[in-house]
Design a binder for this molecule. Structure first.
Ligand code: SAM
Length: 248
């Protein structure tokens, strides 16, 4: 992997969108170091690099194992003083995090696994400062249906498209996958104003790994992904949607 892709080719476009969000908020509040809340931040894949850039990051996650890994990563990166690991649940976030306390909130890969996504979003919004920016990533159903179909699992592909929760069947380990309208409605119903929607993992999930076997290919795939993710007509094929939003 070329050095300019520290987050892997699948994570590069998302990271640049998150960076842009942080830069924008820093300009708005006139401070380089922001209070970032990473809900379901797990082992710190985002939290630790953000703390290394000087932000104060609070990770709330119900998993003690993930939080232990987070603390270890933060220690190894010498950012323990800027990373707070809190055990808690998105739906009752205000019990463990001050209300109106975050400048930027990340909620990546969480809304598809929580018990009640509406309660989770409401819990998160309560902890954002007015005009705070939010970055939400959630699994999208279309890409899962395409993957099932090209794998020959046609019944499961149809089920994914017809099921209200976007699941391929009873043994699907994921509680739900979203349509774009379903996800944006969920957010706007809780007082967030959608700012932009990007597709995440359009071509990175479709192009077979063995075809991307040198640095030139990796760079080309990352550039293709960055362009495609901004195109509304292509983001319906994305494995996940990245929504940026503003607290009213
Ligand atoms: C797929 S991982 C995503 C981790 C991280 N956000 C990332 O993008 O790498 C989902 C995370 O959500 C956490 N989670 C599950 N239920 C949650 C809840 N009710 N509230 C907050 N986080 C939750 C899990 O423990 C796990 O760390």
């Amino acid at each position: 992997m070329p050095d300019q892709f520290p987050h892997g080719v699948r994570g590069t476009a998302l990271w640049s969108q998150v960076d842009a969000l942080l830069d924008r908020r820093a300009q708005e509040v006139g401070q380089a170091a922001l209070d970032v809340l990473d809900v379901g931040g797990g082992s710190g894949v985002f939290a630790v690099p953000l703390a290394m850039r000087g932000h104060r990051v609070t990770v709330v996650d119900p998993s003690p194992n993930a939080l232990a890994t987070l603390k270890q990563r933060a220690a190894e990166a010498h950012v323990t003083s800027r990373v707070e690991a809190v055990q808690g649940d998105a739906a009752s976030l205000a019990m463990v995090v001050e209300v109106d306390s975050a400048d930027v909130m990340l909620c990546h890969g969480v809304l598809e696994v929580v018990d009640d996504p509406q309660a989770a979003v409401a819990g998160i919004v309560a902890c954002l400062r007015p005009a705070a920016l939010a970055s939400i990533v959630a699994a999208q159903r279309n890409a899962a249906a395409i993957a099932k179909a090209v794998g020959g699992h046609l019944e499961e592909a149809r089920h994914l498209l017809e099921d209200p929760d976007g699941r391929w069947g009873r043994s699907d380990p994921l509680p739900r996958r979203f349509s774009e309208v379903g996800l944006t409605d969920l957010l706007t119903n809780s007082g967030l104003v959608v700012d932009a929607v990007y597709g995440v993992r359009i071509f990175t999930d479709l192009v077979p790994g063995p075809l991307v076997d040198d640095a030139t290919d990796v760079r080309a795939l990352a550039a293709l992904e960055a362009t495609a993710g901004r195109m509304p007509e292509l983001r319906a094929l994305a494995g996940a949607l990245h929504v940026t939003a503003i607290r009213e």
